[in-house]
Each structure stands twice: as C-alpha cells, then as structure tokens.
Design a protein around this ligand. Structure first.
Ligand code: SF4
Length: 266
C-alpha cells in the first residue's frame, strides 16, 4: 500500500497481547496523522485475537481469521505471545499463519534511534532487538535451504557468524588474514587476531565460561588511512618478530589460508 495515495484504506489491527498491545494504539495515532496530512483515510477494523482469545475460545484466532484479514488493504500486527501460553500455540496459531499468508519477510521493530528521539523500546542507540536478530537469522537459514541461496554475510558478532556461515574470511584493517571452513576456524584458529576474537566469544556453559581465558589485545590500532609497513596486526600481536615488518601473504596450510609469519598450531 502506498501511503501517499489518496482514497480510503481498510486496515486490520491485531493488537495482540499485553506484552505490547499499546504499541499498536500508538502506531494507529501516528498513521492517522500521516493519513490526515497526506489526504487519505484509514478505516480501522480491530481484531482482539491472541492469547486472551485463546483462553476464551481455544484458538488464537477464528478459523476464518486469515480470510477476514485478506479483506483489508494492510494489517497492523502487534506483539503476540504470553509466558503461560506455549510458543507452538501462539506462534503457529496466529503469528506464523499471518506472516506466511501475506508474505511478510521480516518483523523489524525499531532497531536504531534517530538523533534526538528517545524510546523505551531501544535501550541504546546501537542495540538491535535480540528477537528481531534471531528472527532474521532463522529466516535467512530457511530461505537458504528453500531457495538454494548463497550469502556473503558481513558481521562482527562471532556467534552469529558461526551460526550462519559455512566458510569464514576474517578481515583485519581491510585485508583478509584468515580463510577456512567455519568448523576449522573455531576449532583451530591460525591467525593471532582470529584467536583473540574467538577467545572473546561467550560460552553458553557456565562452568566453561567461568574458566574461559580471554586474550586481551594491547597496543594501538593503526589508522586505516596510514597502515604500517608489513603486518597490520604487529602493533598488537604477542608473536611479532622482525620478520613481521614484511607483509605476510595469504598462504595455504592444507585448505586453511592464513596471512601470518608465525601462525598458531600450523
Ligand atoms: S605476521 Fe607477525 S605480527 Fe602479524 S599476525 Fe603474524 S606473528 Fe603477528
């Protein structure tokens, strides 16, 4: 639906559950103002479906719920789910049928604040809602299997990289310093920078996590505009020698590529 078009539009609102119902009411106010300013009209039809409805009727929405929603020009869907209702009920009874029936490709909530705007939904300017992140990753996984896709995925979060990648190229200051399959990278990192990065990844087992030894890098990060001669990592590397004043090239150790004069365990 193009919001700048004139005319009258029928919008289905499903406020969902108490975990965020109020956001739909707030969004409706904003959309009404937009409609007024742009010269079109929104006719709202509210459907009280969700977990309360499930406790009353045994269903998250009526049997003809999707048909009813399909009569609208657009759907405003609120947060769905409650601690006392299992996920397979709330997700498969409402959220997923709606997403699939109407080709919704991502549930993107406020991820970044505009300058000067404060919101309780976003705790910090850089934070991305964790459930959104997990939802996007699961969707990428699903699409990859279904459509046989290849992705080039650029990320700083090594847990995410491990989850989604088959092969990883680690970059430091614009150069690839290590490249190998994901399993081999996490089992046996050869480049000191990769080793330090992986040592920083939290382990979801509290006993291992307590004894995990992080490698804390010391030394200065060179300016990307004025890279030093030789290895860019040498100002922070605990294995640096005079040899590192010459640029290490990406070299194969079997099928494991690393750009380092003194790789780990090679
Ligand atoms: S080439 Fe030298 S400085 Fe660079 S990562 Fe390897 S050991 Fe460290």
């Amino acid at each position: 639906m193009t919001l700048s078009a004139t005319g009258t539009y029928r919008i289905a609102a499903v406020p969902g559950d108490g975990i965020g119902k109020e956001t739909v009411a707030a969004a409706r106010k904003v959309l009404d103002v937009v409609a007024q300013n742009e010269g079109f009209t929104l006719n709202w039809i509210e459907y009280p479906w969700g977990c309360d409805y499930y406790f009353e009727t045994g269903r998250m929405m009526p049997v003809d719920g999707i048909t009813k929603l399909a009569e609208s020009d657009a759907i405003l869907l609120g947060a769905v789910g409650r601690a006392d209702v299992p996920d397979h009920v709330s997700l498969w009874g409402l959220l997923i049928p709606i997403r699939r029936s109407f080709d919704q490709y991502v549930s993107l909530r406020p991820a970044r604040l505009l300058p000067g705007i404060e919101s309780p939904l976003v705790p910090s300017r850089e934070a991305l809602d964790v459930s959104v992140q997990a939802g996007v990753l699961n969707l990428l996984d699903e699409l990859q299997v279904r459509l046989n896709l290849a992705y080039v995925f650029i990320a700083h979060d090594l847990s995410v990289v491990r989850h989604i990648s088959h092969e990883v190229a680690v970059m430091y200051l614009g150069r690839i310093v290590e490249q190998v399959t994901t399993d081999k990278l996490y089992e046996n990192p050869l480049h000191p920078y990769t080793k330090a990065l992986i040592s920083a990844v939290p382990v979801p087992d509290p006993r291992i996590e307590r004894s995990r030894q992080r490698i804390l890098l010391e030394g200065d990060l060179p300016s990307p505009l004025n890279l030093p001669a030789g290895c860019s990592f040498k100002s922070r590397c605990w294995k640096s020698t005079e040899l590192c004043d010459t640029l290490p090239l990406l070299t194969a150790h079997d099928d494991h590529f690393v750009a380092c004069h003194h790789p780990e365990n090679a």
